[in-house]
Design a protein around this ligand. Structure first.
Ligand code: HAM
Length: 456
């Protein structure tokens, strides 16, 4: 047996790290609720075609990154690589079109992509997402961007910038893809093998290429906004107007098409431009190792790897409009929709991340010390009395020496210590020691909660 290790690109999230994730989720959910989003949880597994058809055949996610499995009953399922397609599946399945529109949903949880683990890129990662389904209004696009930005701001993330583009609808995209293909065909000799393949399957993907030569070629490529029809142009203009009105800094990024095929019209990503040596940066400029370099069972690589201050900042959130997705998964009519997902692992690992700790985490008001077997037996009853009265308590039931336990309470700056020895256990009392002046009172257990509540 090799040494025990989590699967490559996946991690245990323990203690303070867990509280960061939990604190982020509470903050994000609270903000989303104020803006009218309600929670949804979809299964971790979906039928594979839900993602295959919507994310698109020529995309990395579908071609290389999905974890799939065949069930004993013969169904082919996939671990969800993203949330949007599943949310639309749920909307259609539950006939949510009968509800007042738009239906606004938020979700949080783990997602899975078999990518090469590197800085800010895991195989199991967490997203917080918001989706507004059943609306074509440009204000919904603006609200999605604004809420994502507010969540990031409230977590202390500075220098946010929205990179935005419009890739148009089916009609306007046809002309664009035709010209883009012709542009690359003329330069085919300078494209690497992967980009040549993309030219056959999905030329838009070449705009995402990490190949430095292709990046150069991309600088002169046709721009999607030049191909927008009147309706798409108007929509994009309105979205930008809303952003300006709300003071959201943005930059039009002509090469932004995003790694999923289901988008129409607005696409965007949010980055933080803060120059910081330890913030997650795109490691894509480092030479890519081929898949299979290391076995999956190898110890998890440190995905928050070394600092690379010169690299492009990684996207903290990404999203866009997906007006055609519903029909792709079998809805009889189009359901216009827009949404975004925030990459929680990247956000909580930023040095400036400062969302409040989770609500359940209260600083202890009392430290409970028990001495002797008789007291130990009754200790849990005392702790339960305190829990019921919502008095946060810290205890060390495995420690028996008074001096050691008092030392811990002192070190942790806990205002009161409860001492529960043999005598107190028999008498049904407890000694309350005020750590600020070391004065002590003996209290009947029945009055303990009331007594502590009356004190600061
Ligand atoms: P996405 O751009 O693939 O979009 O992912 C959204 C965010 O998730 C990224 O900006 C990034 O922060 C984080 N992320 C993605 N992959 C990884 C990874 N391997 N490790 C760590 N973080 C990662 C979507 O997933 C769409 N569903 C967004 C959307 C919602 N579009 C419309 N509605």
């Amino acid at each position: 047996m090799p040494a025990p290790a989590a699967p490559k690109g996946m991690r245990d999230i323990i203690g303070d790290a867990f509280y960061k994730y939990q604190g982020f989720f509470e903050k994000a959910a609270e903000i989303a609720s104020y803006y009218g989003f309600t929670p949804i949880e979809t299964p971790i597994l979906e039928r594979k075609e839900i993602f295959e058809k919507t994310i698109g055949g020529g995309t990395d996610i579908v071609e290389k990154e999905m974890y799939t499995l065949r069930t004993k009953g013969g169904d082919i399922l996939a671990l969800r690589p993203e949330g949007t397609a599943a949310i639309m599946r749920a909307y259609v399945e539950h006939g949510m079109n009968a509800l007042p529109q738009p239906v606004m949903l938020y979700y949080y949880g783990p997602f899975f992509r078999h990518e090469r683990p590197q800085r800010g890129r895991f195989r199991e990662f967490f997203q917080f997402g918001i989706e507004s389904l059943g609306t074509k209004q440009s204000i919904a696009d603006a609200l999605t961007i604004r809420v994502s930005q507010i969540i990031l701001e409230e977590c202390g993330i500075k220098n946010l910038c929205v990179l935005i583009n419009s890739i148009g609808d089916k009609d306007s995209r046809a002309g664009y893809v035709k010209d883009l293909t012709a542009y690359y065909r003329k330069r085919i000799d300078d494209l690497g093998p992967e980009d040549r393949e993309r030219l056959k399957t999905n030329p838009l993907r070449i705009l995402d290429s990490k190949d430095p030569k292709t990046k150069e070629i991309n600088k002169g490529a046709p721009e999607s906004i030049q191909y927008l029809n009147e309706a798409c142009k108007e929509h994009f203009r309105e979205v930008l107007e809303y952003l300006e009105e709300m003071g959201v800094p943005y930059r039009i990024e002509n090469s932004l098409v995003r790694g999923l095929d289901y988008y129409t019209r607005t696409v965007f990503e949010i980055i933080s431009d803060t120059p910081s040596s330890s913030s997650p940066r795109d490691a894509s400029i480092s030479p890519e190792k081929k898949e299979g370099d290391a076995p999956d069972a190898a110890p998890a690589e440190q995905a928050t790897a070394q600092a690379d201050p010169g690299a492009e900042p990684l996207a903290l959130a990404g999203g866009g409009r997906y007006d055609n997705l519903a029909k792709i998964i079998g809805s009889r009519r189009d359901i216009p929709a827009v949404g975004a997902s925030l990459g929680v692992d990247r956000i909580v690992s930023l040095p400036e991340y400062s969302a409040p700790p989770p609500r359940m985490l209260k600083s202890p008001k009392v430290y409970f010390i028990q001495i002797g077997t008789g007291a130990k037996l009754k200790s849990l009853n005392v702790i339960e009395t305190l829990r019921k009265a919502r008095i946060p308590v810290l205890q060390a039931l495995n420690k028996n020496k008074l001096s050691a336990q008092l030392g811990i309470a002192e070190k942790l700056n806990i205002p009161y210590v409860l001492i529960f020895g043999q005598k107190e256990a028999i008498e049904g009392t407890v000694i309350v020691r005020d750590m600020s002046n070391h004065s002590q009172d003996t209290m009947p257990l029945t009055k303990l909660a009331e007594y502590l509540k009356g004190r600061k």
